[in-house]
Design a protein around this ligand. Structure first.
Ligand code: 572
Ligand code: ZN
Length: 360
């Protein structure tokens, strides 16, 4: 009998199938990974529902999933730092290593990046998966496989906070308390941020934000007046934030970030919306606000791992649901409709806790 490599393949809009695929062969610099935990990202759901994100269009079946961890099953000939049995977090994007951006250390901007579950590149919601060994990070024994998969969204949070130059006492406004907003919150706290105000339209998410250490929360109604929201942010902090980080991708939050930030401050936009948005640019420019973009992350996995391994933060609180890979469809429905207050939904490609040395 051939080995089970059950795999979640997105064939098109609303057409996600579980099927058997051959076990991948590995190159000399790769490892074969027996997959364990795979988190569902907003982009996975977006491809399922819309079949595209911007110019990245699903044109042939694609394996979904990119927030993952697993156990090394086989090691390529030239791999030095990993051995069979090592538990690893998988950084899902592998750059070309040769272009100008790669050579300057900004590999997240590599135009030839191979990034899991971004068409046409396959992801890793499967039982077995081959990946460049140097983009696999060995987990210490006390870090769980679920935490390993969460290093991916946490890296986005760390990268955003690094882009915003968050440091001791920085006053921060975070827009959106979904998985990325909460990852930014955790990262900002660990980087020494002072007061942090976080907004969302869902009160449940803000409750979690409070538990994670937000100093202030603000429920925002969709029809709230912009100037009232700016005032509420200023009144709550007693001043304007040094930095605002928009994790939602809505025009309204792009605008609020720009209008609320102090003169000389910084606005970082993580969540992307439509290609053209109307923002109060001149107000931002004449107040010398730096507007900075974020594209995934770059050299942020080691910090994300160090943070989780330190035990200083509790990233596990983001996980609201667990499903076995055989229940992938239910898992996607839960993530998609936010069922049961879903924040981060984890799919297990190996029996839950099988590879956790400390039970999750
Ligand atoms: O975990 C990384 C990640 N990046 C996302 C979305 C979800 N997860 N990005 C938003 C979409 N862009 S993109 O440029 N693209 C589809 C390649 O529009 C990438 C970053
Ligand atoms: Zn993602």
């Amino acid at each position: 009998m051939s080995v089970d490599n059950l795999t979640a393949v997105l064939y098109g809009v609303e057409d996600l199938r579980l099927e058997q695929r051959p076990i991948p062969t590995i190159k000399d610099d790769q490892v074969l990974i027996r997959m364990d935990s795979i988190g569902i990202c907003g982009s996975d759901v977006h491809y399922l529902v819309h079949g595209r994100i911007g110019d990245f269009i699903l044109q042939k079946p694609m394996i979904i999933g990119h927030e993952s961890s697993g156990v090394v099953h086989k090691v390529g000939k030239s791999v030095k730092h990993l051995k069979v049995g090592d538990r690893v977090a998988i950084e899902p994007g592998v750059p070309c290593r040769y272009c100008e951006n790669c050579k300057q250390g900004k590999y997240n901007l590599c135009p030839d990046m191979i990034f899991c579950a971004t068409p046409p590149v396959d992801g890793n919601l499967s039982r077995y998966y081959a990946h460049a060994a140097d983009f696999c990070f060995k987990l210490p024994d006390h870090v769980t496989m679920e935490e390993g998969s969460l290093l991916e969204p946490l890296s986005v949070g760390i990268h955003a906070c690094r882009r915003a130059n968050i440091g001791l006492g920085t006053k921060v406004l975070i827009l959106g308390a979904g998985p990325i907003g909460l990852s930014v919150l955790i990262s900002a706290l660990s980087m020494g941020a002072g007061e942090i105000i976080i907004t969302d339209i869902l009160d449940d998410r803000l409750k979690l934000a409070k538990e994670l250490g937000a100093t202030h929360t603000l429920v925002v109604s969709k029809d709230a007046k912009e100037s009232d929201l700016v005032k509420q942010v200023h009144d709550t902090l007693g001043t304007a934030p040094d930095v605002s980080i928009d994790c939602t991708g809505f025009e309204a939050t792009n605008r609020l970030a720009l209008l609320a930030t102090k003169s000389g401050g910084c606005v970082v936009i993580v969540g992307c919306g439509p290609p053209d948005v109307k923002i109060p640019l001149i107000s931002g420019l004449t107040r010398e606000i730096d507007i900075r973009g974020v594209f995934r992350y770059c050299n942020d996995y080691p910090a994300a791992l160090a943070l989780v391994a330190s035990g200083k933060i509790n990233v596990k609180k983001l996980i609201t649901h667990h499903f076995d890979i055989t229940q992938t469809s239910e898992a996607f429905d839960t993530a998609r409709y936010g069922r049961g207050g879903a924040i981060k939904v984890i799919i297990h490609a190996a029996p839950r806790n099988e590879n956790n040395l400390k039970p999750f």
